[in-house]
Design a protein around this ligand. Structure first.
Ligand code: G4P
Length: 305
């Protein structure tokens, strides 16, 4: 199903302005002390842009698992362990909370310990810390920056791929370089592409909403089957249905019928995608750290959510 979301039609999720952003990053990277890559806590690996990794390699790095308030807390803990055990600075974040983003100061200063020490030795107390804030579209960079600033400085929008240039935002002794959201040209797996589509990082208007909903149902029923059954008041055997039939069953339950009594599949699909994105299915994570076995069911995750 994931294959059809992305591959059936020629989908251009990498417009020219994204290539331009990557080039801009390449020239601007030398002007910053460190990089803060904002990831989506529900899909930390799928939202980790390999092009950003390439361009920013060699700079101190901090990973922010944003939208942690939407993710399964038990799985987020596993992700933190995963990143930290690889020696990477990483912390969970709910950027919608004003001021919460200040929690990145200590880990950034820890990442920059050597630089801070050199500056102190030279008497450069209070020197500015320059941070490049990067990530895929819609991951919450603007919201994060506004939370850090304690006021609205960066423009938040729910449309991925809104074209913007870089902008510097000054907060105390920090200068944040806000970069436009950027994807990459060739996704390594269809699962990655589908995950990015589910969370709204690929523009919806180039996707087929019914395929998107079917892919999402198919993915979530494998990890959190109970959530779907409870949300849509479906019998257990609905999980055996093909994804499109499951979508129709949900539409029928919600009374989304068109004349003739058939289910309005498009309306059902919009509802399914919209409810997932609005976190109506509860907190859930679509990806597990690679080295850990995939769960059989979702009992443990459910307990913690
Ligand atoms: P971007 O700059 O990376 O493109 O993302 P942006 O800040 O515009 O955020 C995209 C959407 O994600 C916004 O929702 C924003 O509120 C939401 N968001 C950002 N960070 C978090 C977070 O930590 N937790 C949750 N739950 N949501 C977050 P929106 O629907 O476009 O706007 P709004 O109606 O929420 O204002």
């Amino acid at each position: 199903m994931s294959e059809t979301i992305i591959n059936r039609r020629q989908i251009h999720w990498f417009p020219g302005h994204m290539a331009k952003t990557l080039r801009l990053m390449e020239t601007e990277i030398r002007h910053v002390d460190c990089v803060l890559q904002v990831l989506d806590a529900r899909i930390p690996l799928s939202s980790l842009n390999p092009e950003i990794e390439r361009i920013t390699a060699g700079k101190p790095h901090l990973y922010v698992l944003n939208k942690a308030d939407l993710a399964d807390p038990a799985i987020t803990r596993q992700w933190l362990e995963y990143f930290r055990s690889a020696g990477e600075g990483c912390l969970p974040m709910d950027s919608k909370q004003k001021g919460r983003a200040n929690a990145v100061r200590a880990p950034i200063e820890q990442e920059l310990a050597a630089l801070m020490e050199r500056r102190r030795a030279k008497g450069m107390v209070g020197a500015r810390i320059r941070v490049m804030v990067v990530g895929i579209p819609n991951v919450g960079k603007s919201t994060f920056i506004n939370s850090f600033a304690g006021t609205t400085r960066a423009k938040a929008a729910n449309k991925p791929g809104v074209t913007r240039g870089k902008q510097w935002i000054t907060v105390g002794n920090y200068d944040l370089m806000d970069m436009p959201g950027v994807l990459w040209k060739k996704f390594d797996s269809l699962e990655t592409a589908a995950n990015l589509a589910f969370i709204g990082s690929i523009r919806d208007d180039i996707l087929d909403v019914e395929e998107l909903a079917c892919g999402l149902l198919s993915s979530v029923r494998g990890i959190y089957p109970q959530r779907l059954l409870e949300r849509y008041k479906l019998p257990a055997d609905a999980l055996e249905l093909a994804p499109y039939d499951l979508l129709l069953a949900i539409g029928a339950k919600r009374g989304m019928l068109v004349s003739g009594g058939e289910v309005d599949a498009e309306r059902a699909a919009r509802t399914v995608v919209g409810e997932f994105r609005a976190s109506k299915w509860g907190r859930l994570s679509l990806e597990r750290p690679p080295q850990l076995p995939q769960p059989e069911g979702d009992e443990d995750a459910e307990k913690d959510s």
